[in-house]
Design a protein around this ligand. Structure first.
Ligand SMILES: Cc1cc2nc3c(=O)[nH]c(=O)nc-3n(C[C@H](O)[C@H](O)[C@H](O)COP(=O)(O)OP(=O)(O)OC[C@H]3O[C@@H](n4cnc5c(N)ncnc54)[C@H](O)[C@@H]3O)c2cc1C
Length: 491
């Protein structure tokens, strides 16, 4: 059965409605005395043009990222540099005075990686937001890290070019943060994660040295893959001050299909069938029933709220080829038992649907405090992961709404609590421990795109083992021997 969508466009708007929980403990570099007053005085005298926020109200707005329910602290001060030289000078002084530093982009992260630390300088990269070059012949853009992802996309699109990485937060997150987390999003299934679009970086190291990795070469195997090492390191190995990113020709407007299912098993089965059907859609997203209901309630799209799950499948091929690709995907969904499918009538309707999916977290946040997880499994295990999530919800008596990038095997189970539920902390801890265990047992990962940050450090050991963490620790010690950069994050 095919249906048309309701005529009403979704209501958009980004709400910041998270609960603040703060636990006090100050960051310090092991064994060092507190020299922060001299540190700030040195910054003021050596960098008189630098914007340095010292007022408590100003600093407070840099306290947390989007995981405001996690531990966070008031930063010592917030620096807003505009040049690489300023970042370098800040890190040189931080090393000299043994003051920790928290690199920060737009603060939309979901693992506490950019949250403030008492006694630490937050370096917010938002004012380094210029595109330095769009190089058409080489299909690259050279940019500063502070630019918002959507703005970069818009600017290169004006030149007929396409920057693929597409986190659902693309209108509020920065390229620097995307590099810091190796952000994923809605089109990784075809174009990969942020790392797959990075050719080169300029990075300021903990002691203030500036290095360049990679460049405009599509192929480059000179030495160790430093570019890839820095991407996803969550500001623990260096601060990115410039990035050379890979572009593609701008694809046609997307064609979009929805498929509804009476069971999660059937939806998971459809994901596997599409993956092996010989097509390569740009997006395969899954929303479970609670998420469908929340999104439909928020945006009035006329979705089937009784369905157990829905897949959003998109093609960015030219019109006729896209029709074929979606027809193949629809057959796969039907073979898996879809109850209905519909195709967006035009690009505007497709945009509503995609945007409503992007805002799924906001739609759920209307119901209470949402604690979002980010597990991943090999694509063929999506059904098993969905079953495990359902079992965990029952076992711990917690409401879970799940959506995510099913085509990548990456799902976001969201634990939802009433805003004043005293069990929230404890139940989350137990439920997410089970969730991580389930993902690892399925050959998966405890975080596919949001990062270890502060919140998943013990799970990292469970996943990669002490040997793997030991190698990571050696890398960290080699690049940041004083432990200045984002201490307590990742490892
Ligand atoms: C509604 C919503 C939807 C989201 N959807 C997605 C999604 O689909 N996919 C996804 O991957 N994420 C998603 N996220 C999470 C978040 O947007 C991403 O992790 C994003 O990459 C963070 O970018 P940011 O600029 O906000 O970085 P921040 O949160 O400020 O920082 C993130 C990390 O990067 C480090 N960092 C920042 N700048 C630099 C730099 N210049 N050099 C070195 N390290 C740096 C920080 O120290 C921190 O560890 C979503 C978040 C929200 C709120």
């Amino acid at each position: 059965m095919r249906r048309r969508l309701s005529e009403r466009p979704p209501r958009f708007g980004v709400l910041r409605t998270l609960t603040f929980v703060t636990v006090s403990s100050s960051a310090s570099v092991a064994g060092s005395e507190d020299r922060s007053p001299e540190f700030l005085a040195a910054i003021r005298s050596q960098l008189p043009d630098l914007r340095l926020l010292e007022d408590e109200v100003d600093r407070d707005s840099y306290r947390s990222d989007e995981t405001a329910y996690l531990h966070s602290e008031l930063p010592l001060a917030v620096a807003l540099p505009t040049t690489t030289a300023e970042v370098s000078a800040l890190l040189r002084l931080a090393s000299e005075f043994r003051v920790p530093v928290v690199p920060r982009g737009a603060g939309s992260g979901l693992s506490g990686g950019a949250a403030g630390l008492a006694g630490a300088l937050t370096i917010a990269m938002t004012r380094m937001d210029r595109i330095l070059e769009i190089d058409r012949p080489n299909l690259v853009v050279v940019t500063q890290p502070g630019i918002i992802n959507a703005e970069l996309k818009r600017r290169v699109a004006e030149e007929g070019l396409f920057y693929a990485p597409d986190p659902a937060s693309f209108e509020i997150c920065s390229i620097g943060g995307n590099l810091g987390t190796n952000a994923g999003g809605l089109c990784c299934v075809k174009y990969g994660q942020t790392r797959d679009s990075v050719l080169g970086l300029e990075v300021v190291l903990a002691d203030g040295r500036v290095i360049r990795t990679g460049g405009k070469n599509v192929k480059d195997v000179a030495g160790y893959a430093l570019t890839h090492l820095f991407v996803g390191s969550q500001g623990t190995l260096g601060i990115v001050t410039e990035a050379t990113l890979r572009l593609r020709p701008l694809p046609p407007a997307r064609s979009t299909m929805l498929a509804f299912f009476a069971s999660l098993d059937a939806a998971g089965d459809a994901v596997g069938r599409i993956a092996t059907a010989g097509v390569n859609p740009v997006t395969i997203e899954l929303l479970d029933q609670p998420t469908i209901e929340a999104v439909d309630e928020a945006h009035g799209l006329g979705l089937d709220r009784t369905a157990a799950a829905m897949l959003l499948v998109e093609s960015d091929l030219p019109a006729e080829a896209a029709a074929v690709e979606l027809a193949v995907a629809r057959e796969a969904c039907e073979a898996a038992g879809s109850t209905s499918t519909l195709v967006a009538a035009d690009p505007t309707e497709a945009d509503w649907l995609r945007q409503a999916r992007r805002l799924a977290l906001r739609a759920l946040e209307r119901q209470g405090t949402v604690r979002m997880e980010d597990v991943g499994v090999p694509r063929s295990r999506v059904t098993d992961l969905l079953r495990a999530i359902t079992e965990i919800g029952v076992r711990h008596g917690v409401r879970i709404a799940t959506f995510g990038h099913a085509g990548d095997g990456n799902l976001h189970p969201n634990f939802i609590f009433d805003r004043d539920d005293p069990r929230a902390e404890e139940v989350t801890e137990l439920a997410r421990a089970d969730l991580y265990r389930a993902a690892i047992a399925l050959g998966g990962t405890v975080t596919a795109e949001h990062g270890i940050g502060t919140s998943r450090r013990s799970a990292l050991v469970e996943q990669v083992g002490p040997g793997g963490v030991g190698v990571m620790r050696s890398i960290k010690d080699a690049l940041d021997p004083l432990g200045i950069l984002n201490p307590g994050r990742v490892i």
